[in-house]
Write a protein that binds this ligand. Structure first.
Ligand SMILES: Cc1cc2nc3c(=O)[nH]c(=O)nc-3n(C[C@H](O)[C@H](O)[C@H](O)COP(=O)(O)O)c2cc1C
Length: 446
């Protein structure tokens, strides 16, 4: 592929498949695409200019009509969220871009920011115009240093040439972006913890309500969206709501970026229409599993896992169907787990992550996720567990769900709970024999 960046996976394999029209990722992997000149050369900032010719409420309505749903995990309709902003009353308002991207299995935002940073800035600008916010906050995870550099330079370039700052593109609209690096904590991706972190406070989630639209950054009206949610707005304005809504299904419109990792032959990020089946994603796009597989997680490690069987492989990638089958689309970070992987060890690995990332604010998460659940895993994996311990673990994860201050505890409980549902025999084998049923302990590596 000409222009591909060498150290990246083939992030845009779907580009070569005539079934797929690649839009957000069109310039990802293309050398030099990150500069303002390159962006302008293919019509960059044209969508923002078009939006400035519309009433802000028309922009909100257009995004509503497109059916775009948030791509940060929860899938909340973006236009509806924008319409929650209170009437303009002279107070400062913010549009926040959540670029914390810390969910294991997720990397779609990173490549877009590294290779096409102006696309994101334009998306933020459109959202800012729609909701009346003259300030954007781009909160990026600390580890994404290359993406940070690209964004920092893009912001500077845009400022110097009138694409950010006062009266952008002679539109009469002022818009600027504050780029803020996190210090590398998963909890900072939770929208209210993110706002605390941005304000210089400890990144503990805030109680909701009030929601960010009422009291967000510094207590002021705020809308928070994920990177690809905001970048999608550029194309929706440019090509229309009908163009976007025509892709996908009735329940889930438009496109999504599936990030596939684990035991597959061709890991990468694939831009695909909603409604495509998991079988097509794993077999056609990712080249199939590397050897027999036993499970897959559809949307990042915080999602319940599915067995690798016909019933689940044939599910369409859409919010309703995946929820009905017992999981979530999440960020689209799809992980394939090989047959010979010890599921107990894999879930211990997942638990260690959430245990480490819990902010410790509430008791279920601090005591359950960060303390007792890892201890139970350690006991089982050390060959010291009993069958009663398996029951206790099940009881513990079911009691964790829905009891914590924010969904981080659920994020830990869901995959463990479903691993117990589908692969309980592996837990029981460990408890009875002291050794794993499957020897493989190399975690997610294929
Ligand atoms: C523990 C936790 C971590 C999260 N991490 C992220 C993240 O890294 N990026 C993101 O966009 N959303 C993340 N979210 C979801 C955000 O709280 C929020 O729903 C999202 O930014 C809204 O944007 P969207 O509507 O465009 O999806 C996280 C949520 C939780 C509970």
């Amino acid at each position: 592929m000409s222009g591909a960046v060498a150290d990246k996976p083939d992030t845009i394999t779907s580009r070569h498949d005539p079934r797929f029209e690649v839009t957000l990722y069109k310039y990802v992997g293309v050398e030099g695409a990150h500069t303002l000149d390159a962006y302008l050369a293919h019509g960059g900032y044209g969508a923002a200019k078009k939006a400035f010719g519309m009433e802000p409420s028309e922009v909100v309505d257009l995004v509503k009509a497109s059916g775009l749903r948030g791509r940060g995990g929860a899938g909340f309709p973006a236009g509806v969220k924008w319409s929650f902003m209170p009437p303009v009353d002279g107070r400062q308002r913010f549009v926040v871009c959540n670029a914390d991207e810390s969910e294991p299995g997720s990397c779609k935002d990173r490549y877009l920011m590294e290779d096409d940073p102006h696309q994101l800035l334009e998306g933020m600008m459109i959202a800012g115009y729609a909701i009346g916010a003259t300030k954007g906050v781009l909160y990026i995870r600390g580890e994404y240093y290359h993406a940070y550099e690209r964004l920092r330079d893009a912001i500077e370039e845009a400022r110097q040439r009138g694409y950010l700052g006062e009266n952008v593109m002679d539109s009469g609209f002022d818009f600027d972006v504050i780029l803020h690096r996190g210090a590398g904590a998963y909890i900072c991706g939770e929208e209210t913890a993110l706002m605390n972190s941005f304000e210089g406070l400890r990144a503990n989630p805030r109680l909701k309500p009030p929601f960010p639209a009422q009291a967000g950054v510094y207590g002021l009206p705020t809308t928070i969206n994920n990177v690809t949610t905001l970048a999608s707005a550029v194309h929706i304005i440019e090509k229309g709501a009908d163009w976007y809504a025509a892709m996908g299904t009735d329940d889930s419109k438009g496109i999504h970026h599936v990030q596939i990792s684990g035991a597959v032959n061709r890991p990468g990020v694939f831009e695909v229409p909603m409604g495509i089946t998991y079988r097509e994603i794993i077999f056609d796009l990712a080249g199939g599993p590397k050897g027999p597989a036993k499970a897959f997680i559809p949307g990042g490690t915080s999602c319940p896992l599915f067995p690798f069987d016909d019933e689940h492989l044939d599910l369409p990638m859409e919010y309703a169907a995946v929820a009905k089958a017992g999981s979530m689309m999440g960020t689209g970070g799809l992980i394939v787990i090989p047959e010979d992987q010890c599921i107990v060890d894999a879930m211990y690995n997942v638990t260690r992550f959430y245990a480490h990332e819990s902010c410790g604010k509430c008791t279920p998460c601090r005591e359950g996720v960060s303390t007792w659940l890892p201890k139970m895993f350690q006991k089982l994996l050390a060959g010291l567990g009993t069958p009663e311990d398996v029951d206790l673990m099940e009881d513990m994860v079911s009691n964790l769900r829905g009891t914590a201050f924010c969904p981080l505890a659920d994020a830990c409980a869901w995959p463990v709970q479903t691993s117990l549902k589908y692969f309980r025999n592996e837990y029981e084998h460990l408890a009875q024999h002291g050794t794993p049923l499957h020897p493989r302990k190399d975690r997610w590596q294929s």
